[in-house]
Design a protein around this ligand. Structure first.
Ligand code: AMP
Length: 397
């Protein structure tokens, strides 16, 4: 069985074609600058990459190009588009309706259109991607896999903000959570690595990348998570502030005479690691500057570490203890120094890592970095959201 996974962004379209017999990626790539030029990078394992600058006015054009490449004599990996058994779409927001992955039909698209106001950045491109696939591959089943659905069992007292209740009933302002596909994948993988049924485990998963979130998983069910109404809440990120005192926002707006768009920009694109360090949004650059003695870079990292620790502590309290702590995504998988700083001084919780195992953890592998006498298993698990989407999609074939 072959599954094509599509992740449509505002000006990009990422794709991966899986052979589900063995989980192999047959081809993957990315169309970028859709609507303002266009490029494509197409990769096949063990073969030379293909890169081209092409005119891509729309997501439809990008998808036509991708499908052409997948079957092309020179760069293709399948004989015909009919070999694709189903298409899985990464959808950031499923609103309150989609509690699990769902076959896409007119009703699903119509519902997703109604929630664009609460998902303005990711909703429209995802809808464009789905519509393009349905037009170009009308007989192939399409499945939506929602980042929010992993959180659909979160209890009301963890999702409702303490503001007048009507803002929830009238405008659906509540906590939804994001990165669910990644947290779902790594928590399941952690159970597999530990050789225990996930139903018996309490796990805290730290997805730390350019965007970051932390999730408490009890018996395979996400009970709380750090991102809320949008992917802004929680820990500081590359350019996002994460949680701050909400009164700072109107205060800055009045001080600077900012419009809502300007303050959104400040909090989404100029804050986080970039805003505090003044160096970069990229953790590698900030860590390097910190190591060279740059005060603001060091401060940015300390704020990030402290914020992660506070969330882990609060989730240990909510879960009444944990069995496993998992690090994943660009920072979580690769930055051993950050992992060490986060885990330092948490032996009270049973979290204790083996510093050698941590600093020597090979990249791209599932690694247990716990100290021998640790009560909590600390793991590094590479995330694979696309494969999780393919697995969900395959269930509908
Ligand atoms: P992601 O969004 O998951 O691709 O993660 C991107 C983040 O991971 C960036 O801030 C990178 O600087 C960070 N990252 C990637 N590799 C490393 C590394 N070897 N050491 C530290 N940070 C890294």
């Amino acid at each position: 069985m072959k599954i094509l996974v599509i992740n449509a962004g505002s000006s990009s379209l990422k794709y991966q074609l899986f052979d589900m017999e063995n989980g192999d990626v047959l081809a993957k790539g990315n169309c970028e600058r859709i609507g303002s030029g266009g490029t494509i990078t197409h990769k096949r394992p063990g073969k030379e990459n293909y890169y081209a600058e092409v005119d891509l006015p729309s997501h439809d054009d990008a998808l036509v190009l991708v499908l052409d490449l997948l079957v092309s004599e020179e760069y293709g990996v399948i004989g015909s588009i009919d070999e694709i058994d189903a298409v899985g779409h990464r959808i950031a927001h499923g609103g309150e309706k989609y509690k699990q992955s769902t076959p896409i039909d007119d009703d699903v698209i119509a519902y997703l259109e109604t929630i664009v106001p609460i998902n303005p950045l990711h909703g429209p491109p995802a809808i464009k991607g789905m519509k393009a696939c349905r037009r170009l591959m009308p007989k192939t089943p399409q499945v939506g896999v929602f980042d929010t659905s992993f959180y659909s069992n979160m209890e009301d007292f963890r999702t409702i903000y303490p503001i007048p209740y009507e803002y929830y009933t009238d405008y659906k302002i509540r906590r939804y959570g994001f990165h669910g596909t990644s947290h779902r994948y790594v928590s399941a993988k952690a159970a597999e690595v530990l050789g225990k049924p996930i139903e018996e485990l309490k796990i805290i998963t730290c997805h730390l990348g350019n965007g970051s979130s932390i999730t408490a998983v009890n018996g395979g069910v996400a009970i709380d998570t750090s991102m809320g109404f949008t992917p802004q809440e929680g820990v500081p990120m590359g350019t996002r502030s994460g949680s701050i005192d909400p009164t700072v926002i109107p205060y800055i707006m009045k001080l600077k005479n900012f419009t809502p768009e300007q303050i959104e920009d400040l909090l989404n694109r100029e804050s986080g690691l970039l805003g505090v360090s003044g160096v970069s949004n990229d953790n590698r650059n900030v860590a390097k500057a910190a190591a060279e003695g740059n005060y603001r870079a060091g401060l940015a990292i300390k704020i990030l570490v402290n914020s992660i620790k506070k969330l882990i502590g609060s989730y240990v309290a909510e879960l009444n203890g944990i069995d496993a702590l998992v690090f994943t995504a660009g920072i979580g998988e690769n930055d051993s120094s950050l992992r060490s700083n986060v885990c330092a001084g948490m032996d009270f919780f049973g979290i204790k890592i083996d510093e050698d195992a941590n600093s020597n953890a090979p990249s791209g592998k599932n690694v247990n970095i716990s100290a021998k006498d640790a009560l909590v298993q600390t793991l590094v698990i590479p995330t694979d959201e696309e494969y999780m989407i393919a697995l969900d999609t395959a269930k509908f074939c």
